[in-house]
Design a binder for this molecule. Sequence first.
Ligand code: BGC
Length: 728
Amino acid sequence: MTYESGKVDELLAGMSPAEKAGQLTQYFYFRLPPGAETEPALGLDVAEQPRAVEAALGRGEAGSLLFVTDPSEINRLQRLAVAGNPHGVPLLFGFDVIHGLRTIFPVPIAMAASWDPEIIERGQAVAGREARAVGIHWTFAPMVDIARDPRWGRIIEGAGEDPFLGAAVAAAQVRGFQSGGVIAGPKHFGGYGAALGGRDYDEVNLSDHELWNTYFPPFRAAVEAGAGNVMTAYMDLNGIPATASHWLFTEVLRELWGFDGFVVSDANAVRNLVTHGYARDLAEAGARAVTAGVDMEMAIGDPAYAHLPGAVSEEVLDTRARKVLEAKARLGLFDDPYVDEDRARETLADPAHRVAAREAARRSAVLLRNEGGLLPLAKSGSVAVLGPLADSRRDTLGPWVFDFDLDETVTVLDGIRDAAGNTATITYAPGIPVGQRTFPSMFDMFGRNAPADPEGFDAEAEFARAVEVAAAADVAVVVLGEWQNMIGEAASRSSLELPGRQLELLQAVVATGTPTVLLVMNGRPLDLRWAAEHVPAILDIWYPGTQGGAAVADLLFGDVSPSGKLPFTWPRTVGQIPMIYSHTVSHEPDNQARRYWDEESTPLFPFGHGLSYGRFAYRDLTIEQADGVATVAVEVANEAEREAAEVVQLYLHQRHGTASRPVRELKGFQRLVLPAGSSHRVEFTIGEEHRRYWNAAVRDWVLDAATFDVWVGGSSTAELGGTFSIDK
Ligand code: BGC
C-alpha cells in the first residue's frame, strides 16, 4: 500500500483543530433490530444515537465508524461523511471481525489449537477478504492477550497460555487479515488477560518479568508482522489505566518496537479514565490518553476527544491526526472510498471460503482421550446423537459473530446425518432444552444470540427419552459444553462445571452401557474429571463455525485424523487455577503432596496434549552445536496404517544461570502430515532468540552461559530428550 505523504501534509495544513479532533474520533453506529434491548451499562438511546453520529458526519467531525456491515449502508454513511467534511476526508469503517464475517471459522482459541500458522493465516485472509468486500477497512483483531485463567471469558478470543505459540498465532493472523485487505489491530495492549480473579475488566498486576517474558511477545510479533493498528485495554495495569500509559504506547510500542501505525482506545476506555478516578473530567481524560500515544478514541457516548482542541497543543493533534490520515491514504480511500455492492455479494458467497472453514475446523479439534480405540466410528449400525448443543446452529458458531448465515450452518447432527445418514440409523434427542441460558449476555441486544426454546419442551420426559435413545443405540455421541454466550467478553465464571444438568445426562447415558463419545463444545477448559475416567472417547470440538458439523463428522468417522493440541493446561478443578506448564522448579519439586494436600497438582490434560488416529514414535534425537546455535533433530514415525498429522513440539529448560527458569518452555513446533508407515526427520534450531529472557535482577535481557535440557515430542510431557551446553 503506497500513498503520497504530500496529500496528508496538505490536509493537515487546512484542517481546523475541531476537524483534527474529529479524525481522532470513532463512533459506534448502532442500528439495533426493532424491539432489541440495549445493554443498560452502555446507556444508549437507540433512536438518538444514529442521529447524533450523522450530525457529527455533517460537521466533518468523525474519523471512523464501527459496527456497520451492510455495504449499501456503508456507502450511504461514507457519502454523508465525504459531503460533510470540508476537505472530503472519508471514514474508516472498523468492525470486530474475530473469526469470520459471513463464513465463520472456529473460535480463536480453537484456531490456536491447530498449532498451524498456515491454516490460521488462510482463515483470517478469508475473513479479511469478506470484510473488505462489504466495505470494512479494519478489524479489531487479533486478540493476542495471553490467558492463564480460564474463569476469564475472553480466554476464547486468544491463543491460550504460551508466549511462543501466542506469538506465532498473532503473526499469522496479522498476515492473514492484512493480505485480505483490512488493517489488523492486535489487542488489548497490555496484560488484559491477567484480570484479578479472572473477572473481566478488573485490575491487572504483573511484574516486569511477566510482561516482557510472557505477555508482550505476541504483541511484539504482531507489530513485527506489520499490524497497522493496536488497541488499548480497559483495565488498570500496575495501578495506571492501560489506556493512559505513556510507557505502553509511546516508550514500548513506538520507541522500542518501532510501531508505525495508529492506536485506538478500547470502547469508551478514554471516557472511563474519569470512572477509574484517574482524570477529573473528559477534557483531562482526552488529554492524558492522547499524550500517552492513543491516536483515536473509540466512543460509545460523547467523545472525550471532542475536548482536545484547547486541552492539548495543535502539534499533538497533528501528530495523532497524521497517523489516521496516513492509514486512510494507505488504504487508497482518498482515491475511492466506496464499495462495490455486487462484488460484495459474490465474495461472501465464495465456496472456497467454506472449504477453508471446514479444513480449519478439522485441524483445530483436539482428541483428549480415546480408550480402546473407540474412535473412529463405523458409518453403520445405530448412532444416538444427544445433547442440546448437537443441533444448535447459533451455538455451533460461537461468540463474537454477528453477520453469520444460520441457514448454511452445519451442526454436529447435520454433519453426522450427511456423512452417515444413508448407511447408519441416526437418532437425535436433546435431553435438555436448547435455549437454556443462565444469564443475559451483553450481545443479546443484537437479537440473534439465542436459539428459541422449543415450545412445550417437557424437561423430565426429554431427559428420559435421551437416555432411552442412548440405550437402544450401538454408540452414543453426546455433545456438551457451554452455550456460546456463557463465554466471551463480560462472561467470566467462578466455576468450570458443565452448566445445568449436562453431567447428569452424560452419567445416565454412560450408565446404559452404550459406548459413549463426548464432544465438548467450549472455549475454556471445563471440569471433566468424571468424564476423563468414565467416558472412553472425548473430542474437544470447540465452537467449530459454519462448517463445524461437517468437519466433526470427518473426524468422528475417520475420514480425517484429529491433530489439534491444547493451547492451555487443562486443570482438574477451578481451585488449581492459575495452572501453567512453564512454572519454575522451586522448592521440593518432587514433593507434590506439599502443593495441594486435597488435590493432585498435575493437570487433567497437559499443555500441547492431543491424540491421533496415527501412532507416532519419536526416536534418534541428535544435537549439534556451532556458534551458540544448537540444531536438534529427531525422527518421527507414523506406525499406524493410515495417514495422520502430528504437531511436533520442542521444549527447552535452562539448568542454571542468573535467574530461575521454567521447567520447560515451548521453543519450536512443526505440523507434519505423515502417510501410513512413513517417517520424517524434523529439525529445530535453538538460537540466541530462544535462550534470551528478561531478567528481574538486572532489569534487562540476558543470555546465560548454561547447560540446557531439550525434549521433543507430541506434548509438553515429551520424554525423548538431550542436553547441550553454551559456554559464553
Ligand atoms: C471490547 C473490544 C472490542 C470493542 C468493539 C470492547 O468492549 O473489549 O475487544 O473490539 O468492544 O466492539
